[in-house]
Ligand binder design. Structure first.
Ligand SMILES: Cc1cc2nc3c(=O)[nH]c(=O)nc-3n(C[C@@H](O)[C@H](O)[C@H](O)COP(=O)(O)OP(=O)(O)OC[C@H]3O[C@@H](n4cnc5c(N)ncnc54)[C@H](O)[C@@H]3O)c2cc1C
Length: 290
């Protein structure tokens, strides 16, 4: 099938893109890497009047760091972010999660902003943003700039707080302390597939106790899901005293897994409980061994 007819514009600046979005009155769709959008257009599941290609916007791609934050501009290609050694050192959890997004070929075109904006519930990048406490920078012509916390950005499957006239320009990831433990595991049918169940996060240990924890599920509900109860239970606990099974129970209690033709909700809960306990234990053991 071929896409329905549309006009194509390739603005050179954010302001130009915002003008087009504002004037299209909801009839425009943004094109970033096209890895999800192009099939949707071909299947006519998306039928915009205007396609706004953000790839030529000045400054839409790039990575910068301050002492507290890493800013990844929305149009940064996934492959570029993955190969960036400074980013890997600053944000190891992000790097590990990104290595599981699609395939080499899809990462060459796919963008960080496209993945975060799409809000696929089983995707790695939205959950990573939620786990790490990222903020999403959003621009519109009428309302200027706003920053939304990732855990408030997702409303449902492919549904976010984004209005039709808004453009995500960057994602800001807080920098966690250097000795933060990385928590990541996903179960998928094949490498490169969306996860059936996934867990991502960071745990910071100070003087033998958990000082900070950011954990989120993907594939375990209609949005990425922050494991709030588990995070709260971990805080202040001595590493050697942690009962990973008990924390896993709390973590799964925050999820709302669905049934589909890939897996039942029961399967997702069972596997989620197991990968949570195992991944947390492995992270904490690596800390004790260090
Ligand atoms: C074979 C295959 C396997 C894949 N496997 C995975 C996987 O395992 N995990 C995973 O997470 N993804 C996977 N993907 C999808 C991933 O490759 C895409 O990168 C991602 O979903 C969308 O990013 P994109 O830059 O291609 O965005 P596009 O497809 O161009 O856009 C996606 C949506 O986001 C909107 N959008 C894009 N940029 C912005 C912006 N700056 N502001 C506001 N809205 C914006 C678009 O309008 C569109 O609605 C896979 C894709 C393929 C083809």
């Amino acid at each position: 099938m071929k896409p329905a007819p549309f006009d194509y514009v390739a603005p050179r600046s954010v302001a130009e893109a915002l003008d087009t979005l504002a004037e299209a009155g909801g009839g425009a769709t943004l094109l970033a890497g096209g890895q999800t959008l192009m099939p949707l257009l071909a299947l006519r599941m998306s039928q915009p009047f205007i396609l706004v290609d953000v790839n030529k916007i000045d400054g839409i791609a790039g990575i910068s760091h301050t002492a507290d934050t890493t800013r990844i501009a929305a149009g940064t290609r996934q492959a570029v972010a993955l190969a960036d050694q400074e980013l890997k050192a600053a944000q190891p959890v992000f790097n590990l999660a990104l290595s599981h997004v699609g395939h080499h070929q899809t990462r060459n075109r796919g963008t960080i902003g496209g993945s975060v904006s799409l809000g696929e519930p089983a995707a790695e990048m939205p959950a990573t943003a939620v786990a790490l406490g990222a903020e999403i920078e959003i621009h519109s012509r009428e309302r200027g700039v706003r920053r939304v916390k990732a855990d408030e950005f997702y409303l449902g499957p492919y549904m976010t707080v984004l209005e039709p006239d808004e453009l995500v320009t960057a994602i800001h990831y807080p920098r966690w302390p250097a000795n933060t433990l990385t928590v990541f595991r996903e179960v998928a049918q094949r490498p490169g597939d969306f996860a059936l169940v996934g867990l991502v996060g960071a745990v910071h240990v100070e003087a033998g106790k958990i000082a900070r924890a950011g954990l989120a599920w993907f594939g375990m509900g209609p949005t990425p899901i922050k494991a709030r109860q588990a995070e709260a239970a971990l805080l202040g606990q001595a590493v050697g005293d942690i009962d990973a099974q008990a924390i896993a129970e709390l973590a799964v209690a925050d999820t709302a897994p669905f049934e589909d033709h890939h897996a039942t909700a029961h399967y997702r809960r069972t596997v989620g409980r197991r990968i949570f306990a195992r991944t947390l234990s492995e992270a904490l053991t690596s800390r004790q061994a260090a």
